[in-house]
Write a protein that binds this ligand. Sequence first.
Ligand SMILES: Nc1ncnc2c1ncn2[C@@H]1O[C@H](COP(=O)(O)OP(=O)(O)OP(=O)(O)O)[C@@H](O)[C@H]1O
Length: 255
Amino acid sequence: MLKKALDSRTKTLGEEIIGLRGVRKTFPGGVLALDGVDLHVRQDEVLVIIGPSGSGKSTLLRCINGLEEIDAGEVTVDGLVLSERTRDAIRREVGMVFQSFNLFPHLTAVGNIMLAPRLVRRWSRRQTDEEAARLLDRVGLSGLGGRYPHQLSGGQQQRVAIARALAMRPRIMLFDEATSALDPEMIGEVLEVMKELALEGMSMVVVTHEMGFAREVGDRIALMDAGRIVEQALPESFFEDPRHERTRAFLSQIL
Ligand SMILES: Nc1ncnc2c1ncn2[C@@H]1O[C@H](COP(=O)(O)OP(=O)(O)OP(=O)(O)O)[C@@H](O)[C@H]1O
């Protein structure tokens, strides 16, 4: 059903919502992680980033929401140029989901999901309880809000982490290898939630090795290598066009 809906969707993408222009990032010790990245994501678009280990994918995501400072170039999010002054406003627009779920072990699922809205938005208990129930339902975890992370499977914990990111009502979601730490049988349930979000029109940047997801859900795919975006294309041509030599070489390594 979901696959069919995705296959038949005719998407009209909106204005640019994320823009990176000439972004460079060097880590202490001289590692050049981003070597002049130009990348543009439009509203409603799902951009999938693939690439070898160490090519700069995580750093790129972290630069979009200001978790890393850039050395040169410019990042814009929803019309704001990222700077010290705009960083907090941008972070409220951008939800991020990591490989390791990063849930607080001493808080229940609801406690984890509603922590930021309680602190930042100063929502009342009643507001947050209602919102948490809605979010738990959205990620398929109705009724499990009272459980602590250790009482949930890896897939369930990651879905709580997605609900937590959604609780701030972001306009953009970044996923950094969100399924890489999961047992194989739990990967599908998390990808399904990500697909649903894509269908609802969320703008997303997804770093993943899940090529099925990339093909089915991605509007565009970008290959990173050595701190640069080296190829970009629509999923069909990305996987099938023999001219995408570097993509073929990378895929032959991982598939
Ligand atoms: N905090 C840091 N300090 C120093 N070097 C770093 C730091 N974070 C990343 N790097 C280096 O920057 C480069 C890019 O790393 P990054 O994690 O962005 O790559 P990646 O493509 O996400 O890799 P992976 O697929 O293994 O997660 C690598 O050489 C990495 O060792």
